[in-house]
Design a protein around this ligand. Structure first.
Ligand code: GRG
Length: 292
């Protein structure tokens, strides 16, 4: 992986973490506020990276795009807190440490997730984004659509339903489920930079559709091949539960080949932007070579 990519990923991670800390600085030290800060910390910050690098592509500086990057990371953090709850995936570990409901309790986890979601939309209304009200409204609306009942929440519901389905999902069904569950936020992130810069987000949509699917296939591969100490999750959990995954449907080699094909598609979608899009090309390669 190129050094520029790694540097940019950590630079943006620092910037977005600072922005989130600043946004929550006035929240005091009650358990919900503390749990929000805890849940919003860490992670690869891939969604933030996509926002900020796509923003650069469209001429938007980091000090403006970081607010949109923080918004999507807040939504992502909320989704992880709720996904880990006993009524959903019932996980004890997230990002290598105790999940919010384990460290505090379930009520605090539900509320911290809710409040992170509210925070995300508040961040998108900020003047610091440096765009007029119509653009901010477009970002708010598109994030609501990506996160809500036709996007991430739908994907999560489809995933829960799949657990009790009599027959495992077919490839087109699992592809649709994942496009909703993880693809919608990844897609929003890549398009947000173009929206902020007043450009056409269509090509970034093509890029991120391929990237999002490659990300999920890589996640299924990590579920089989990953190191629990690094991934911070129970390895083989999906496979043990008898759930259809890209690996169960395509085989390990088939899943790897499909992921590589999707990376090539993502790279091809960036051709109109030439060299300027190199870090986004690297991101596509990163999602299938990551170890957590
Ligand atoms: C609870 C409404 C609701 C939605 C939850 C995204 C999601 C929907 C659940 C996450 C479950 C999961 C582990 C899915 C696998 C892919 C995924 C989104 C992994 C976590 O994202 P990363 O790898 O995490 O970007 P970091 O920690 O790096 O931010």
């Amino acid at each position: 992986m190129s050094e520029v990519f790694q540097e940019r990923l950590s630079e943006h991670a620092v910037e977005v973490s600072r922005c989130l800390e600043l946004a929550m600085a006035g929240f005091g030290d009650d358990p919900v506020a503390e749990a929000m800060r805890y849940a919003a910390g860490g992670g690869k910050r891939l969604r933030a990276f996509l926002v900020m690098e796509s923003a650069r592509l469209f001429g938007v500086p980091d000090d403006r795009s970081v607010w949109a990057a923080a918004a999507v990371e807040a939504i992502h953090a909320y989704s992880l807190v709720h996904d880990d709850l006993p009524c959903m995936d019932d996980d004890d570990l997230r990002r290598g440490r105790a999940t919010v409901h384990v460290k505090w309790d379930e009520a605090t986890a539900v509320l911290a997730g809710d409040a992170l979601q509210s925070l995300a939309f508040e961040l998108l209304t900020r003047d610091e984004l440096g765009v007029d009200t119509a653009v901010r409204l477009r970002l708010v609306r598109s994030l609501a659509q990506a996160a809500g009942a036709a996007g991430m929440v739908l994907g999560q519901a489809q995933d829960i339903a799949a657990e009790s389905a009599r027959t495992p999902l077919a490839l087109d069904q699992i592809t649709e489920l994942q496009a909703n569950k993880t693809g919608a936020l990844i897609g929003w992130s890549a398009r947000a930079g173009a929206v902020l810069g007043g450009g056409d987000p269509a090509q970034m949509g093509v890029y991120s559709a391929a990237l999002g699917l490659a990300f999920q296939i890589a996640d299924d591969i990590l579920d089989i091949e990953g190191d629990a100490a690094r991934t911070g999750k129970r390895v083989g959990k999906d496979a043990e539960a008898g759930k259809a995954t890209f690996v169960s449907l395509l085989g390990l080699d088939g899943a790897k080949a499909r992921a590589r094909q999707l990376v090539a598609e993502a790279e091809a979608a960036l051709e109109p932007y030439g060299e300027k899009a190199q870090t986004l090309r690297d991101a596509a390669r990163f999602v299938i070579s990551r170890d957590k």
